[in-house]
Design a protein around this ligand. Sequence first.
Ligand code: ADP
Ligand code: MN
Ligand code: MN
Ligand code: MN
Length: 362
Amino acid sequence: MVNDTLLDKTVTYQYMDLPVPSNKCLATYVWIDGTGEDVRGKTRTLDFVPTKPSDLPVWNYDGSSTYQSQGSNSDTYLIPVAIYKDPFIRGNNVLVLCETYKYNKEPTESNKRVRCAEAMEKAKGVHPWFGIEQEYTLLDMDLKPFGWPKQGFPGPQGPYYCGVGANKVYGRSIMEAHYRACLYAGINITGTNAEVLLSQWEYQVGPCEGISIGDELWMSRYILHRVAEDFGVVVSFDPKPVEGNWNGAGAHINFSTEAMRTQDGIFEIEKAIEKLSKHHKRHIQAYDPRGGKDNEKRLTGRNETSSIDTFSSGVANRGASVRIPRGVAEEGMGYFEDRRPSSNCDPYSVAEALVRTCILDE
Ligand code: ADP
Ligand code: MN
Ligand code: MN
Ligand code: MN
């Protein structure tokens, strides 16, 4: 098996320590490919250290190799939109999140950021905050859940959620490394826990205001893939990685406006939930990359999910589409949680849908 993990990392570090000219900066441009869920990246040398996206040159790539164009007209543009410190090579080096545009300067089909940014601009007066709970499953190189028996299954769910002990959680090193790499990069990662399914984990990003929730979540996913690559482990955002009575993987989104966060904000929260109840289909369409197809397997009404066909809400109810956390109900203000987005959702589409329905009344 050819696998980068098999290369001796101590040999690699010998080269990583080489002194390089101090004015050089390696900028790794990261973008979402034509699948709408996978990320790609490539690196170039700059002769200066950028401090904001507009310092960075526009670049391009072969879109015919990322499901984003025909080979005969393949140059696809990368427009830098957010910049983070590079936790892999450190120093002055940067990770650059990019939007993608076609040869004719129109956004590519998987560039959902443009419309999201428009909605956020219109809604900025209410200061929308988002927090996403990103769940993911670790897989072995054969794409079976990481560490699971090759024949049969581990013991049933129960002991694994927030578990401790070598027989209760698998892959903690990856979670720890990813957490620190995100903090170093400048991503607002705010927590983590082992999940109900063995070898599944969650981390939370946010609250972030406006479009930055999408930028930070996408870059956190890139960093997760890169960290796991170093361990020879695969990261899956499949919303139902194991069929049957095993929990799927979601990306619960927590949402508030300034009015919801102030006294008696609970009434604003209830108004927003009332609006959401009238647009269930539109939200299901926006909440996974295949317009609801991926979530069909996950939103069954079992395993702590609601049914994909009906909208429901409730205080502390983890079987509802939308949950008001107990503490929020008690305080009479705060935020609500939409539990429907799948783990492989595009956060730009999800956040946009919430803002259009709850704030812009579109
Ligand atoms: P759960 O109980 O559903 O597992 P978590 O603790 O995992 O909840 O996640 C809570 C999420 O809510 C975090 O992502 C956090 O950033 C987010 N959050 C907290 N307060 C707000 C708020 N006022 N507006 C939006 N999101 C918020
Ligand atoms: Mn959570
Ligand atoms: Mn969870
Ligand atoms: Mn949650």
